[in-house]
Design a protein around this ligand. Sequence first.
Ligand code: ATP
Length: 228
Amino acid sequence: MIELDDVEVRRPTPEGSEVVVLHRTSLVLTEARTALVGANGSGKSTLARLVNGLVEPSRGRVRVHGTDVARHGARVRRRVGFVFTDPSAQLVMPTVAEDVALSLRRRHPDAADRAAATTTVLEAYGLAALASRSVHTLSGGQRQLLALAGVLATDPDVLVADEPTTLLDLGNSRRIGHLLMGLPQQLVLSTHDLELAARCDRALLLDGGRVVADGPAADVVAHYRSVA
Ligand SMILES: Nc1ncnc2c1ncn2[C@@H]1O[C@H](COP(=O)(O)OP(=O)(O)OP(=O)(O)O)[C@@H](O)[C@H]1O
């Protein structure tokens, strides 16, 4: 469960004043899959990043499973996985297999266990053939899959995905979409892919830093299509 209790996000402007990027918002997200939709700059990423403390509220509180994100950031980040549009920054090891192994070090401190678990993860995500490849030589879709595999290998309770299919071709975007929709974890998905958004349980439509529609995903997406 994710709770936003009267959360506002303000940011300083170069002129020395402040701009409100998320107006006072209270929400309780309990659905398995929640989509965040809306125009560029409407506040989707801001809302998504609040969930794991990448953005700090200027007022109000964010809680994940009852834990205050501002006070216990490290604890929350161990339970909330995050994937970005461009996952390059998340891929830190030289090879695909080493990158997955790094994500598994907490769950599998023993090297032999970790090697076996790495193989299992690579096979599950269709990455086995790329195990010894340099992460820099992967395509956008392969990088996105690897980032997801790495994040999910840590077994988070919640996955926040910020426009994870934006850079992908049709095949890879379907593959990632299918994967996201089949996850056992609670998912918060910021996306411009309205077909994907409509497959979620609930959607929030953002406009100018405000949630202007909230309900069953198919209904909110249909409303957004009608007003966009
Ligand atoms: N650090 C910052 N300083 C000033 N303005 C910011 C800052 N971060 C975000 N904003 C502004 O807040 C608004 C919301 O940004 P956000 O990235 O949440 O939008 P978004 O809906 O994810 O957009 P997109 O679809 O383009 O990714 C934008 O107008 C953005 O320019």
